[in-house]
Design a protein around this ligand. Structure first.
Ligand code: ZN
Length: 264
């Protein structure tokens, strides 16, 4: 049983960074809970513990003590950046320690999956002397998911659909890094895409210039190919064979194991 410790950064009397009407502590809690739910709904062979599931105040030492005394196999500490910049970066401990190559190997899997799911600008795989990655006795990563004080990052972070993508990056990245098994028998369900824009182009091929037909707000299609990168953005392929943007500004993707008979 792989034990995964998810730390929602800040909380309670410590709001973390604040800008654009957002508080870091609220976003990290949402992301931790969403990551937990995806892992529990879609994967097996692990147990999860969160540093907090409410707006609680915890010191950094309390957080690493929880993970260490539980005997976690992996720790991820979720944060939102601030201070000028845009995009995603992750941190492992910058000291010298026996498990460093393995820590960075696992980090690369998680990091790349988050970048892939969010289309955030990749600021790089970094190392720092942060408490959460230094004082944890297991491989650990700290993620900085966009800049709360950057207007377009903040707009993304206000979207629940975008937070789902950030959480999915964490969950699938962790599952891949730690070798978790996907649940069988409909645990994941079919993926559907709902059109949020009033009208939206589809594409004949994975090419932004190869426009096919327009689809409309509220339409729902079955996804047959998961999100993949296409020249500066991402696309899904839907059941008709056409391609469609994966941008959470225009579409919402969700999973269901029961709605299949209702939607063609
Ligand atoms: Zn933080």
């Amino acid at each position: 049983m792989t034990k995964i410790f998810i730390d929602a950064g800040h909380g309670g009397t410590d709001p973390g960074a604040q800008a654009n009407g957002l508080r870091e502590k609220d976003l990290t809690l949402k992301l931790a809970l969403k990551t937990r739910d995806i892992l529990n709904n879609e994967y097996e062979g692990h147990s999860l513990r969160l540093s907090r599931t409410t707006d609680a105040t915890l010191s950094l030492t309390e957080r690493t003590n929880m993970a260490n005394s539980w005997g976690a196999n992996y720790l991820v500490s979720i944060h939102i950046n601030a201070g000028g910049g845009t995009g995603f970066e992750s941190y492992t401990y910058n000291g010298s320690y026996a498990g460093k190559p393995e820590t960075n190997r696992l980090r690369a899997i998680v990091h790349d999956k988050i970048v892939n799911e969010t289309a955030f600008r990749d600021r790089g795989k970094k190392e720092e002397n942060f408490h959460m990655v230094r004082e944890s006795n297991m491989p650990a990563v700290l993620t900085e998911n966009g800049f709360i004080d950057h207007s377009s990052d903040a707009e993304k972070l206000k979207s629940d659909a975008f937070l789902n993508n950030v959480a999915r990056g964490h969950a699938v990245g962790l599952a891949n890094a730690l070798g978790l098994s996907k649940k069988s028998g409909g645990g994941t369900g079919t993926q559907y895409i709902e059109i949020l824009a009033n009208s939206l182009w589809t594409y004949n091929t994975p090419d932004w210039n190869d426009r096919a037909v327009i689809v409309n707000k509220g339409d729902v299609y079955t996804v047959i190919r998961d999100k993949f990168p296409v020249d500066g953005g991402h696309m899904y392929q839907i059941k008709s064979g056409l391609y469609i943007t994966a941008s959470p500004t225009y579409v919402r993707v969700y999973r269901s194991s029961t709605a299949g008979s209702l939607i063609s």
